[in-house]
Design a protein around this ligand. Structure first.
Ligand code: BGC
Length: 232
């Protein structure tokens, strides 16, 4: 018997918004992106309720979720920009039950990377949004949960403290851009990547010319990467 084509509902949980879209098997969007503000405080129950409400009326067969923290086997282990209640929460199991469809969950930067990379050589992804996300790939294979954002970058501060949304708002665009330029140089020396991709909502604040092997990826890659979680 022929297998039915599977429609994937792809969800991106962010510090300020939750976004969703249904994709066909080739990753082509089947609806306009839907979005709702992330409930505050962003504890599991209201976030799950917001997702269930957001996707009402959409038709899909399986679910992929990008989550802003470490995720192992569907369990969320950290969530610095959401709420400590996420530590040890079975997000995949809860959504499978609440949405009635099989659900897979991975880190949001990992999902963004899966939707952006070429699949050749060493590819590094960073995301500039509420937090600082990072993902590393070798020939298209992911090293999951690279948490560079919370490692020291300069002046006793982490990448996230220097380049996250709070820093951008407090320090302003000029200083933030100077820091980002330094971060790119430092990451090139550390990873010797073939390509660095930069995603996330704050990429439109970048004002300097990027090196040839650094590319800005559209925000939508975060959602398009959802299809990759179901590749065998
Ligand atoms: C989290 C990462 C996440 C990034 C972007 C960081 O604070 O620790 O897991 O990828 O924010 O959302």
């Amino acid at each position: 018997m022929d297998r039915q084509p599977q429609r994937t509902l792809s969800i991106d949980i962010g510090g300020s918004g939750i976004k969703g879209m249904v994709l066909d098997e080739t990753g082509t969007p089947l609806n306009e992106r839907v979005r709702v503000a992330t409930p505050q405080p962003a504890t599991p129950a209201p976030v799950i309720a917001a997702i269930v409400e957001l996707v009402k009326g959409l038709e899909f067969d399986r679910v992929s979720v990008g989550f802003p923290g470490v995720v192992r086997l569907g369990i969320t282990e950290t969530a610095v920009n959401l709420h400590p209640d996420w530590v040890g929460f079975d997000l995949a199991g809860t959504l499978t039950q609440q949405l009635g469809k099989p659900t897979r969950v991975c880190n949001d930067a990992d999902m963004q990377g899966l939707g952006a990379i070429a699949g050749r050589g060493v590819e590094l992804v960073i995301t500039l949004g509420t937090g600082f996300g990072s993902a590393l790939f070798l020939d298209g294979r992911l090293v999951p949960n690279l948490e560079m954002g919370h490692h020291e970058f300069r002046k006793g501060e982490t990448y996230e403290e220097q380049l996250g949304r709070v820093a951008l708002d407090l320090q302003g665009k000029k200083k933030w851009n100077q820091r980002l330029e330094k971060a790119i140089a430092s990451l090139q020396h550390l990873f010797n990547y073939d390509c660095l991709y930069i995603g996330g909502g704050n990429t439109d604040r970048i004002t300097f010319e990027l090196p040839a092997n650094v590319k800005i990826v559209p925000n939508i890659s975060g959602i398009l990467g959802g299809i990759a979680l179901w590749r065998d």
